[in-house]
Design a protein around this ligand. Structure first.
Ligand SMILES: N[C@@H](CCC(=O)N[C@@H](CS)C(=O)NCC(=O)O)C(=O)O
Length: 209
């Protein structure tokens, strides 16, 4: 048995794809994007994940993992590598902290921008909510950028899984344009991460320019 990633082109499953390949674990990728009517893995996605969201990972033992950071962290724990800092270090704590920060704040607010009808019935109110959520997302990215100390990668001298995750989630909700204009050095860091040999081919497949 191998890992089975239910993913979607141009989605948050890209960072899981980078991790699976970089860790050298056997895996297959099944297109299951819920916004694509005929995605081959869609029925399976609905069967295993009540929210029907990608990424969803089925492990070789048949466990179902959802939530991007939980998926990435579990992979990192089961297949040790330099993609996470050593246990009990300050850098490891920071790695998990910033991944969680982005998932809990940016990704969550992004889902409000994407489908405001899940929260509000009124069309006018929805638009106001989307505007507010976008502004809040920009604030979140400012916090991430200002916490970065100007090191070659997010946490230090070498890239970690947090770099890949941050580069992935910053693809949406106007973040890149905002960062390019307001935090150009952090924007350059994101470009550096995307040029990594483990990242660039996956980004290309996902249509991230
Ligand atoms: N909390 C989830 C969010 C996943 C998520 O929102 N995925 C998006 C694609 S990037 C999705 O599947 N959206 C479809 C939907 O919510 O119906 C995670 O961190 O993985």
């Amino acid at each position: 048995m191998k890992y089975r990633l239910l993913g979607g082109r141009g989605s948050g499953s890209a960072s899981v794809e980078v991790a699976l390949a970089a860790l050298g674990v056997e895996h297959e990728i099944v297109e299951a994007a819920p916004w694509e009517e005929n995605a081959p893995g869609l029925a399976e996605l609905h069967a295993v994940n009540p929210l029907a969201q990608v990424p969803t990972l089925v492990t070789p033992a048949g466990e179902v993992l959802t939530e991007s950071v939980a998926i990435l962290w579990t992979l990192m724990e089961r297949h040790p590598s330099d993609w996470v800092p050593a246990p009990s270090t300050t850098e490891r704590a920071a790695c998990l902290r910033w991944m969680m920060f982005v998932a809990a704040n940016v990704y969550a607010a992004g889902s409000i921008v994407d489908v405001p009808s899940r929260w509000l019935a009124d069309e006018g109110a929805r638009q106001a909510l989307q505007t507010g959520a976008r502004a809040r997302i920009a604030q979140y990215w400012t916090i991430v950028a200002d916490a970065w100390r100007g090191t070659p990668f997010l946490l230090g001298e070498r890239p970690r899984i947090a770099d890949v995750y941050v580069a992935n989630i910053s693809r949406w909700w106007g973040a890149r344009k905002f960062l390019e204009q307001n935090r150009p050095e952090f924007h350059a860091l994101l470009r550096r991460i995307e040029a990594l040999p483990e990242v660039a081919p996956v980004w290309q497949r996902h249509g991230f320019q």
